[in-house]
Every structure is written in C-alpha cells, then in structure tokens.
Design a protein around this ligand. Structure first.
Ligand code: CS2
Ligand code: MG
Length: 418
C-alpha cells in the first residue's frame, strides 16, 4: 500500500475521489441563485452556493469559464490545496466575484468530504460547541407603529433577537422596508432603482424608533439595526452614542469600510457594539479592524468569503482579538450557504449570532435542507455534509431573471452609498 493510499483509506482511493464533473446551476425560485455541483468518480456529489446578488452571471461565468476546467481530474479530498490553487495560484486575487466562486468550490468539497466520511460538517470542523445558533429575524415597517408591531410578531414566533428597520419621515424609500410581507428583497428591478437619502432626517429619527421599541417590548429582547453604509464616521459615532440608552446588540455597517481606520473614530465615541463585513471577501478587508479591536462582530460569511477554508481562518484570527461571528444571512444567500454557515456556527468557539431572513417557499423547495428553527435558534441537521441539496428538475422550471440592487443619491442628486 502506498503512503497516499494508506492516509486516505477512509475516504476512498484517489481514483474514487477524482472530480469527474462540475456544473453551474442558475435558477430563480422567487429570486436568483447560482449553485456549483461537483461530482466524484464514485458518484458522490456536493453543492456550494455561488450567489452574488445582482451580479449572479459574473460568478457563473467565472466558474464555467475559469474554474470548472481546472476542477476536472482533481482529488476532491484535497480541499486545502484546491483552495490555495484558486486563490494563491491566481494572479488576479480577491474581490467578490473570485471569492464567491472559490467559496462555491470549497463548500462543495467539504460537503463531499462529509458524505464520503458519513459525518455532518460540524463534526469535521471539530464538533459542536453548542446545539443551536442564536438567530435574529427582520422586523420592517413603514413607520414606528408598524415596525413595533412587526417586532411583536417576531417575539411571538420565539425570536430572542430582532433587527428593526423603519421607514423614515421625509425619505421615500429607506433601506430595509419592503413591499413584500415576509421578506425584504432589495434587488427589485432590472436596472437599479434610484433612491434618495437624507442623513439628517435619519439621524433624528432612529433614536426615537429604538426608544419606542424598548418601551413596547422591554429590555430583554436583543435589538439590532443596519445602517447600510450611509453615514460618515463622525455621524456613525453620533448615532452609536445616541443609541446607547437602548443597548443594541449591534449597529451594523454604519460607514463604508474601505478605509478601515475610520472605525477608530467611531470606537472613540461610543460603546454601542459594532458589526461589519457582509461585503468583505477576505481577511485582508478586516485585518486592521480586527487586530485593533475596532469591531465586535464580523459578518463575512461562507459564500462571499472564500468558503469554509478561509472563513475558518478569519474566525480564528477574530477570536484572538475578542471579535465574534455574526454571519450575513439575507435571502440572497442560498440555503446551501445557510446550511454550511449553520454547521460552522455550531462549531465556531467565538460565535455571536446568525442572521436569519426566511427564504420563500419556492426557494426552500428547490433546496431541500435539514436545518430547522426552534425557540429563537437554528439547528443544523445530522445528515452527512452540510445537509442541503438541490432539486435540479424543479430548479430548471425557474429561469434566471435579471435584477440589480438599488442605488442612493443625496437630496441634491449626489451619488451616495447604498
Ligand atoms: C443586508 C442585506 O442582511 C443584511 O444585513 O445588508 O439585506 C443586503 O442588503 C443584501 O444582502 C444585499 O444583497
Ligand atoms: Mg447588512
């Protein structure tokens, strides 16, 4: 027996593990999703989410044209080496398109490893640190009354943590407010919807919203808020300070973070916990933020952060600096991402919270999964791998539908951060 064969007997021979097919599936069950499916010679399949909201076809092309040809013939068991090949081996590194494509490969390979070893993914990562992952739901309302009523509905459903977003008087279409009843789907139109933003109106309003929510729902429920990159650092500092009496779980993405140092200023002025990073793609996007303890929660999740292999490194690095995870979990991340994230959440020692925006029934049908919600927590299942599959026949019934995210302008027409 060669050394290679001896090491890998529990997951079959190199020939069994050889990747013989990789397919990119684009489908739109209520919204667009891109999925990578990898198949080994022994017939084991794994899937990974590759959805980048509003830029789906760019990732599909990156996968089809540049990744899939490099996958065929590779050993599916060599997850680390494959990650290094696509990241380190490439001259053009990082960025959302590349890292989402790499994530899809990585998650599909971890899924395959789980199936080959008959282990749920959390077990391969090191076993459970907890049974269920605390999640936060989304309460959105066109005004304070409606928002407070929505918070009440989530409390009644058993949620322990709730993100609250409300329409702002004088702002026509504030971030987070939906025409839909159960979900917020910002990518509404084929070309970007133009929205108008007013920082002064928003800053006046938000403390009133949270004062009311604390009055109506008490101190125990965890409340969160997403600023969605609209403020300058000093404005973010002001908002954080004014929200202190309402002890938020976090204030999210209060300012764009291309300049990581801008969080030094926010941090100096407020003890409201800070979360950031759903648009980050690698450790390098948050290295300064983390090592200087400028944030409390890192939101970069599996699908946009290079997969489990890279996000695990990010989480370990964050743990050294007292930063906890708070993964992005909007509906534009597919159940395949959620499944992988929940296994990660079950394992990761420095877990904070998991976002949970429920998918539409059509989405859930296309992606059968074994995770479940109970008492404010999501529980990953015990099936081998990440526990999410794709019904390809059903997926084929929902063709791609072009949609882009909105843009924002100030009241004088100046382009702003959406
Ligand atoms: C949001 C998302 O979930 C969040 O925190 O910021 O709704 C975000 O707008 C979408 O995921 C964009 O694709
Ligand atoms: Mg967000």
């Amino acid at each position: 027996m060669t050394t290679e064969a001896a090491i890998h007997t529990s997951v079959g021979t190199h020939r069994d593990r050889e990747i013989v097919a990789a397919e990119v599936i684009v489908t739109c069950p209520a919204r667009n999703f891109v999925t990578l499916k990898i198949v080994t010679r022994s017939g084991v399949t794994g899937i990974g989410d590759a959805t980048l909201n509003g830029r789906e076809l760019a990732v599909a092309s990156y996968l089809k044209d540049h990744v899939v040809p490099n996958l065929i013939g590779r050993d599916a068991g060599r997850i680390e080496d494959t990650w290094q090949f696509f990241y380190r081996g490439a001259y053009w590194r990082r960025g959302p398109v590349t890292m989402t494509a790499i994530a899809a490969v990585d998650v599909a390979l971890w899924d395959i490893l789980g199936k080959m070893t008959k282990q749920p993914l959390y077990q391969l990562l090191g076993g459970r640190s907890r049974e269920g992952a605390l999640v936060y739901g989304h309460a959105n309302g066109k005004d304070i009354d409606e928002c407070s009523a929505e918070v009440g509905k989530y409390v009644a459903l058993g949620y322990k943590a709730i993100r609250a977003q409300s329409g702002v008087p004088g702002i026509k279409k504030a971030y987070g407010i939906s025409n839909l009843k159960n979900a917020y789907e910002p990518a509404e139109s084929e070309l970007p919807l133009e929205t108008v933003w007013s920082t002064s109106k928003y800053l006046e309003f938000v403390p009133k919203l949270f004062e009311r929510l604390r009055n109506d729902h008490g101190d125990e429920i965890e409340l969160l808020h997403d600023v969605h990159h609209r403020l300058t650092p000093i404005e973010a500092a002001r908002l954080g300070k004014s929200l202190e009496p309402f002890h938020l779980f976090w204030m999210e993405d209060s300012t764009p973070a291309e300049n990581q140092r801008s969080f030094e200023l926010i941090r100096k002025h407020t003890v409201t916990p800070l979360a950031v990073g759903e648009v980050f793609n690698s450790i390098w996007d948050c290295k300064h933020l983390i090592e200087n303890q400028l944030i409390d929660y890192i939101r970069t999740t599996i699908v946009h952060g290079g997969g489990i292999t890279h996000v695990r490194r990010l989480a370990d690095f964050a743990a050294l600096h007292g930063v906890r995870t708070g993964f992005h979990g909007a509906t534009d991340l597919s159940p395949a991402c959620m499944g992988a994230a929940l296994h990660f959440d079950a394992w990761v020692p420095n877990f904070g919270i998991q976002e949970y925006m429920r998918h539409a029934p059509e989405t859930d049908e296309v992606f059968p999964h074994d995770y479940s919600f109970k008492d404010g927590r999501l529980f990953c299942g015990e099936s081998p791998g990440h526990g999410v599959t794709i019904d390809e026949k059903l997926a084929a019934k929902y063709p791609y539908s072009p949609k882009q995210l909105p843009v924002a302008r100030l009241e004088d027409g100046t382009m702003w951060d959406w």
